[in-house]
Design a protein around this ligand. Sequence first.
Ligand code: CU
Length: 152
Amino acid sequence: MLRSLRTAPLPLALVALLAACGGEAPAPAPSSEPAAQQQAPASGGEQTPDAGGRVITVEMATDDAGNNVFRPAEVSARPGDVVRYTLVSGVHNVHFVADSSPGVSGLPKAGDMLQLQGQTWDFKVALPAGRYFFQCDPHALLGMVGHLTVAP
Ligand SMILES: [Cu+2]
């Protein structure tokens, strides 16, 4: 199940669209594109790291005590790496909040909610060196936050 989710084929156009989604002003999903919304998986789509890059797994979980966490919460990556947020339990998303990184382009759009165990949301790192805040929107106030540190 995990594998089938990860390898579920995406329409190429959708992959290109996701890969191209960059740092433009975040626009709410237009309601005039119901077809695109229906086809969009609840993930950032599988990304492939650049040559020499790596895939970095970050778990998203609601543990037995009810704590909502990113594991690890402090992530280090280089440009060309892929950060693969992977749902372990609970319902979570990933949101690199633009207000926390003023003036930065290349932040991904807020991710959709992941609900199925093993579901993933990939972010291919294409950001200048720095430390970027991300959160799970429904659990940010409960401490489900983290940082991505991009090395030069
Ligand atoms: Cu969450």
